[in-house]
Design a protein around this ligand. Structure first.
Ligand SMILES: CC(C)(COP(=O)(O)OP(=O)(O)OC[C@H]1O[C@@H](n2cnc3c(N)ncnc32)[C@H](O)[C@@H]1OP(=O)(O)O)[C@@H](O)C(=O)NCCC(=O)NCCS
Length: 145
């Protein structure tokens, strides 16, 4: 498995992974092209020529915000998510980020277990934050130093 910066040629594969993940924000090709242009930070995992996962993040002052993140359904629980999160956290070190944050659907137990394992804690709830279907968001943060 290789992790590298997200490029515009990855967008089609990312959209295919995203379509199979109703839990996450459904971004457009244009959104991911912005990542490829460097307006946000993004990485993909690949296995040979196949994109198996992606993460998009941004710097918010002294924090890292994870914006969108998924691993292809058949490649989960093989450490790809950990490797992608690790890349984002390593990038956060370059600007001395003090914390990482993200929102997750309250029913997304797999993601909650995953983030718990990486020392994230639930610090808040945003009622009815998500649409289609309407659901609360849990706000998670992790202290980075
Ligand atoms: C969250 C996600 C990115 C994790 O990716 P991954 O490649 O499976 O993660 P890893 O293999 O590095 O970590 C697996 C660990 O996470 C936790 N975990 C992941 N899925 C789990 C599940 N379905 N049930 C319980 N724990 C789970 C466990 O601790 C697991 O370790 P284990 O397999 O030894 O029990 C992946 O499940 C995913 O793409 N989910 C759909 C999209 C999503 O929810 N994105 C995050 C929204 S912010």
């Amino acid at each position: 498995m290789t992790i590298r910066a997200l490029q515009s040629r990855d967008v089609e594969a990312i959209l295919a992974i995203q379509t199979a993940c109703p839990e996450i924000a459904q971004w457009t090709a244009w959104d991911y092209d912005r990542v490829a242009r460097g307006e946000m930070a993004g990485w993909i995992a690949e296995n040979g020529a196949e994109v198996t996962g992606f993460v998009v993040a941004r710097r918010l002052s002294n924090d890292l915000e994870i914006l969108n993140f998924a691993v292809e359904l058949n490649s989960r629980r093989e450490g790809i998510g950990a490797a992608l999160l690790g890349e984002a956290l390593q990038w956060a070190q370059t600007f001395q980020a003090t914390s990482a944050m993200l929102e997750v659907r309250a029913s997304n137990l797999a993601a909650l277990r995953f983030y718990e394992r990486h020392k994230f804690e639930v610090v808040g709830r945003r009622p009815r934050y998500y649409t289609a279907p309407v659901e609360d968001a849990l706000l998670l943060t992790a202290t980075l130093r």
